[in-house]
Design a binder for this molecule. Structure first.
Ligand SMILES: Cc1ncc(COP(=O)(O)O)c(C=O)c1O
Length: 381
């Protein structure tokens, strides 16, 4: 099997699953219970929070555990907008956000908020000048995706942070779901107030994640009830899931240190190979302004499902667009916003790597593509 869909989800590490099972069996108490089983479970939760906080370079009390990226983005965006609406109702984001942010902003527009959607250029980047122009006295939030999940384009978080430092009343939220462990971002040095991560994108288990909320910031909770997670997120905590999240983050961070250049090499190899195939156009870039684990390409005029099925028959797994929108037949919103046109946006395919992807797997993928694409083009003609 050649799995090249790591931006959709990653395979959990064996050690992560072992942690999940051990904690589920041995620390099954409710962390809110006052007896010793409850206290032991609470200790595991506290330790997991400390590990995640240390790896993110923040304080433990600034880590709110969630069920993943969608919840983190909803909590950050709605949480800030609703809590601070008396200060202003203007919000800034971009046209290339993940659906979990984009649709949240659409909902807020229906509730009377005004949203500025920053456009992107052909490489998928916003303009700092346009961001500066968009900021107003009633702006309360700038929320941006760091690494785009379809193209890998990485927004210049440091430069954006520098701009926002001059606007201390504007909260800055970063959707770091695709960036974490692939494109490092220093949360404290870059004026970031809130940051979303999701465990299943770095070999954790599904339904786990965290939202960094800078000390002192208040949010309107999405779930009301108990006092868990600093009252920002009521509900009995997913103790085994959070222990697994901490383990996965530690293991993936170590891997990133050891194998820094590996993803860059895989990406270069994939792009070189794809560029040799007639009928294939590469949509994503490489280099400093792009994450190293994503390559996006099109076969203009072709239906991407056909190539995906052909590859799948040979146990090569790739994606159209993002996993959550891949069942929609519309062209990629992201590629359309980049101005790449309908034909490329309709036929886009994404491959995405993990630190465990092997060179030989990319070679095998290119070999299959060289066999399948001409067949596909022949049928189309
Ligand atoms: C950039 C980005 N943000 C948010 C999400 C949502 O994360 P989750 O699947 O954990 O809800 C994803 C998932 O693909 C993503 O790629």
């Amino acid at each position: 099997m050649i799995y090249l869909d790591n931006s959709a989800t990653t395979k959990p590490y064996k050690e992560v699953l072992e942690t999940y099972v051990t904690v589920s069996e041995q620390y099954f108490g409710n962390p809110s219970s006052l007896h010793s089983l409850g206290l032991e479970a609470e200790k595991v939760l506290t330790k997991s929070r400390e590990v995640v906080a240390k790896l993110l370079g923040v304080q433990s009390k600034e880590v709110i555990f969630t069920s993943g990226g969608t919840e983190g983005n909803n909590l950050a965006i709605k949480g800030i907008a609703l809590e601070h609406s008396s200060r202003g109702k203007h919000l800034i984001t971009s046209v290339i956000e993940h659906a979990s942010s984009y649709e949240t902003f659409s909902e807020l527009e229906k509730k009377g908020f005004e949203v500025t959607y920053l456009p992107v250029n052909q490489s998928g980047h916003i303009s700092i000048e346009e961001l500066k122009r968009a900021l107003r006295s009633d702006t309360v939030l700038v929320s941006l995706i760091h690494v785009n999940n379809e193209t890998g384009a990485a927004q210049p978080i440091e430069e954006i942070g520098k701009v926002l430092k001059e606007y201390p009343k504007v909260f800055f939220h970063v959707d770091h779901v695709q960036g974490i462990t692939k494109v490092p971002v220093h949360l404290k040095n870059n004026h970031i107030d809130l940051c979303t991560i999701s465990g299943h994108k770095f070999h954790g288990v599904k339904g786990t994640g965290a939202l960094y909320v800078r000390e002192g910031i208040t949010l309107s909770p999405m779930l009301h009830g108990g006092v868990q997670e600093a009252r920002f997120r009521a509900g009995t905590e997913n103790v085994p899931g959070m222990a697994a999240l901490a383990k996965a983050l530690r293991m993936s961070t170590d891997k990133a240190q050891e194998r820094k250049d590996h993803l860059i090499q895989l990406q270069q190899k994939a792009v070189n190979g794809l560029q040799e195939i007639d009928g294939v156009v590469v949509n994503s870039g490489i280099g400093d302004r792009h994450a190293p684990h994503i390559v996006n390409f099109s076969i203009p005029g072709a239906k991407p499902e056909v190539i995906i099925q052909a590859l799948s028959h040979q146990q090569v797994y790739v994606s159209t667009k993002s996993a959550c929108s891949s069942k929609l037949s519309s062209p990629s919103r992201i590629l359309m916003e980049m101005g790449l046109g309908n034909k490329r946006a309709e036929s886009a395919i994404r491959i995405s790597f993990s630190y465990d992807t092997k060179n030989e797997e990319i070679e095998a993928f290119i070999k299959v593509m060289k066999k399948e694409v001409p067949k596909l083009l022949q049928v189309m003609r």
